[in-house]
Design a protein around this ligand. Structure first.
Ligand code: GLU
Length: 299
């Protein structure tokens, strides 16, 4: 990364429900990582999948972030307003034969475990999907600043991947790459559930002539049964009550010492102590078990 390039991180929630502890962890981790470098922290609402969108979820997420004191820079970007950018990227790839129209159904791909290598469809669908062409033997290696060296054999593990779905929705992979590029994002700090998408995103960046940001994938939060904390687990509502216990909890899940923020009496004080004490090298590589972290606010 060029030293003159300003650091710009982002938080990119999908509006499928209220902010939960897992998304707060990504929000706080990406915020602190950008801010300790004097960088900016942008917010992008990833609402390309209108079928999964919950009305008012985006507004509730913005309200929660404000309540946690996590103030973003710049205007909030909404993917639903950016069709033209995604279409231009797809047209660019189609023109260079790096993407193709695909009429295959799930049934057609069942024999290859859902992976697409060659078009097998015998009939045309009224509305095709569009896929990125992954060359045979395509392997992507990258460095994750928390997890270390990563690689994926994209042809064998993923196959030709969807850029625009047959139902007309833009795929996450295309939208995220176009937006990270257009917004000048220099570092992507997000949950480890997305590490698997990174190789596809790097392939798309290269095909579109976009720079590859730094990547840091944060530990997932597990519930008491060792399962990933999902948005469906309503056990830990973030929309009610005091913001501090949740902030303390995700701070510890980021591997940071509880004592460093113990004196905070409100989110503003918490964030200033957190910024003064955040040390990315402490972030664990393994998932964090929530039941090992019990917090009460200091009286
Ligand atoms: N919108 C994705 C999510 O809520 C995050 C995408 C990203 O950070 O790249 O899981």
């Amino acid at each position: 990364m060029n030293r003159l390039t300003p650091v710009r991180g982002r938080f990119a929630p999908s509006p499928t429900g209220s902010l939960h502890l897992g998304s707060l962890l990504a929000a706080l981790g990406s915020y602190l990582h950008a801010k300790i470098q004097g960088g900016e922290w942008w917010l992008r609402i990833e609402d390309v999948d209108r079928d999964r969108e919950v009305p008012s979820a985006a507004q509730s997420q913005l309200d929660s972030l404000r309540r946690f004191g996590l103030q973003w820079d710049g205007e909030v970007v909404r993917q639903s307003a950016r069709d033209a950018l995604y279409q231009a990227a797809l047209d660019n790839l189609l023109a260079r034969d790096l993407a193709f129209e695909c009429h295959c159904s799930r049934n057609d791909l069942a024999a290859s475990a859902g992976l697409h290598h060659d078009c097998l469809a015998r009939s045309k669908r009224p509305q095709p999907a569009f896929r990125f062409r992954v060359a045979t033997g395509c392997k992507v290696a990258f460095h994750d600043e928390i997890l270390g060296p990563q690689s994926q054999q994209v042809d064998r593990e993923v196959g030709d991947f969807v850029l625009k779905r047959a139902d007309g929705h833009w795929a996450y992979q295309l939208a995220v790459v176009v937006d990270d590029g257009a917004q000048g994002i220099t570092e992507v700090v997000r949950g480890a559930d997305l590490v698997d998408s990174t190789a596809r995103q790097i392939l798309l960046q290269k095909a579109l002539g976009l720079p590859t940001p730094r990547y840091l994938h944060l530990p997932l939060l597990l519930d008491e049964n060792g399962r990933k904390l999902s948005k469906s687990l309503a056990a830990l509502p973030l929309d009610a009550g005091d913001a501090l216990p949740a902030l303390r909890l995700v701070w510890q899940a980021l591997g940071q010492p509880a004592a460093a923020v113990a004196a905070a009496a409100n989110p503003k004080q918490f964030l200033s102590l957190a910024l003064a004490n955040f040390e990315p090298s402490r972030i664990p590589t393994r998932p964090s078990a929530l039941h090992n972290m019990v917090f009460t606010n200091p009286a």
